[in-house]
Design a protein around this ligand. Sequence first.
Ligand code: SAM
Length: 296
Amino acid sequence: MTGSAPRVTGVEIGALIQAAAARLQAAGIEAPTREARLLLGHASGLGATRIMAYPEQVIDAVTAETFQRSIDRRVAREPVARILGSREFWSLDFTVTPATLDPRPDSETIVEAALDRIPDRNSALNIIDFGTGTGCLLLALLSELPHSFGLGVDRSEAAARVAAGNARRLGLAGRAQFIVGDWAGALSGPVDLIVSNPPYIPAGDIARLEPEVREHDPLTALAGGADGLDPYRVLAPETARLLRPGGHVILEVGQGQADAVAGLGVATGLVLRELRADLGGIARAVVLGKPALSRK
Ligand SMILES: C[S@@+](CC[C@H](N)C(=O)[O-])C[C@H]1O[C@@H](n2cnc3c(N)ncnc32)[C@H](O)[C@@H]1O
């Protein structure tokens, strides 16, 4: 025996989670234990389920330290998905980076509304996703439509690169292309289906957003001009130009924007098919269609 202090070789999972959850709760995090398990599951490589199942298992000191650093980041209100580097959307795993919006569960409403407009999922459709970010809307749709092809457009080159990487990881790269562009730009149709979740936060509301959003989502993914509707003023006529007769456009909107966005679409000659609510009961998806050509 030398006289040196014994080395700390590890800490029990249960004790780590308890201490971390207490710190998260004190920082105002809503689901502290669940988030602590997710973060330890990631730091240890064990996954959240095993963290929950084996509280007596000992974690080595290096992993415990990595975990503490991730708890420090969460206490500073960095979103869990950004600490993990990925987010589950439509049961698919998407890489998230500082260049991309962290996909929201409410946006799955857009995917559901789009799929409900497609009578045969085996048909070969052309799809465009404007403001693609991680590519979550387009890639979720392509995962359900095995013979369709899609184009994702984003003004951010870094976001378009992340989306292309997500397509490769999900095995969808053969049917998805991502380009850098300012909305429709010089694109031409006809297109069967258009989806978009554009930036729609009114300028005056940005400062009041939660720190998770304000400090971590890119401003270019949030800011929709003075009333939040600027992107729709461009997208409405451009989607009307690109859609084939009988095609659909599904636009995500912020709370209280559905009627105004529907009005912008109808003013371009599109027909309002549906306003679809998200799980919180907020009208989230504006579904517009281009009338089919009448048969003589
Ligand atoms: C709210 S995010 C949506 C990202 C993703 N579709 C999702 O639902 O998670 C809006 C996206 O639009 C992109 N964007 C903003 N202005 C644009 C423009 N003029 N042309 C193309 N994309 C734009 C942003 O870079 C951002 O990725």
